[in-house]
Design a protein. Structure first.
Length: 307
């Protein structure tokens, strides 16, 4: 077994090697506001990773630490600082469900530069998914949603390390699945499993971002450990899993609502990780695309000073 100290030494040596080579591999461009920016493009980052025996994510992290911007993140600049981009690169997000909501969330987080994605979905793609699920196409029919998600993430951003977990959720595996994550995204389609991940996330002290869809409507709520959370929306955790009577099953889900609610969920991830902005905690946001209404419902929580 390699001792912890030895592993730390190898990591430190790798970082030193990357740092020494960065000056030779980086270049300079002007951003759209005319500022000079030192950048590292994907091709050079991949060569560096091969030479130094590390991942592209390791290279991106060292580059950002040294004030070199991975070229792909150039247009994040201004609204997301290098320090914040580095923080995103070091973060880990679990997305539970890789379908309508989850597919869009995964794509957004990969482009934003979340360094580690855990993608959980037991299901495979079928033709009924093609109307709304961003990761589905005719070639992916019959394939694992979580494994396809990893492949797509890899094709988008080599600086994101994504893992696929094609497992059924149960009370025995949720804690293991979520351990180590900074945020959990609920992109599920049934209430019992939502309560499973809420309990596990609460036990681990991890914020959970809930999203749900029906027709042209969608809703969102961010749940911190010890918040009543899903109880506000669904009552107690003994709700049955009869999906045939759910609004989603009755109204269906056109492509528009998933993309919007997923965007709000991804923004909640960013706000939580970067500790900026105002999250929708103990607030349910309901969006009706057909009527153009976006409403916020604030729930009581004496601990937060709410009436």
């Amino acid at each position: 077994m390699i001792q912890a100290g030895a592993r730390m030494g190898v990591k430190s040596e790798m970082r030193t090697h990357v740092r020494d080579l960065l000056g030779q591999r980086s270049g300079k461009v002007k951003d759209r506001s005319g500022r000079d920016v030192e950048i590292l493009d994907d091709a050079e980052a991949e060569k560096l990773a091969d030479e130094c025996g590390c991942s592209v994510l390791d290279v991106f992290i060292e580059a950002l630490t040294q004030g070199v911007c991975p070229y792909r993140y150039l247009r994040n600049g201004g609204i997301i600082s290098y320090k914040e981009q580095l923080h995103l690169a070091k973060s880990r997000v679990a997305v539970i469900g890789a379908g309508g909501l989850g597919g869009h969330v995964i794509l957004l987080l990969a482009r934003l530069g979340i360094g580690h994605l855990v993608i959980v979905d037991y299901d495979t793609f079928d033709e009924s998914n093609l109307n709304r699920q961003a990761l589905s196409n005719r070639m992916s029919l019959g394939r694992s949603k979580s494994e396809e998600a990893v492949a797509v993430v890899d094709s988008i951003n080599p600086g994101v390390e994504a893992i696929s977990l094609q497992v059924r959720l149960d009370a025995g595996n949720m804690v293991d699945i979520l351990t180590g994550s900074d945020v959990v995204v609920d992109a599920l389609d049934n209430i019992p499993d939502r309560f499973l991940i809420e309990r596990a996330a609460g036990k681990l002290g991890i914020p959970l971002i809930h999203g749900a869809l029906a027709g042209f409507e969608g809703r969102l709520m961010t749940i911190f450990p010890d918040d009543p959370g899903l109880e506000y929306l669904y009552g107690n955790a003994d709700v049955t899993g009869n999906n045939s009577k759910s609004p989603e099953s009755i109204l269906g889900i056109p492509a528009l609502a998933p993309s919007l609610i997923a965007t709000l969920q991804a923004m909640e991830v960013i706000k939580i990780i970067l500790k900026r902005g105002k999250v929708f905690r103990n607030v349910m946001v309901n969006v009706d695309l057909e009527t153009g209404r976006m409403e916020k419902f604030v729930f009581k929580n004496p601990e937060l000073g709410l009436p």
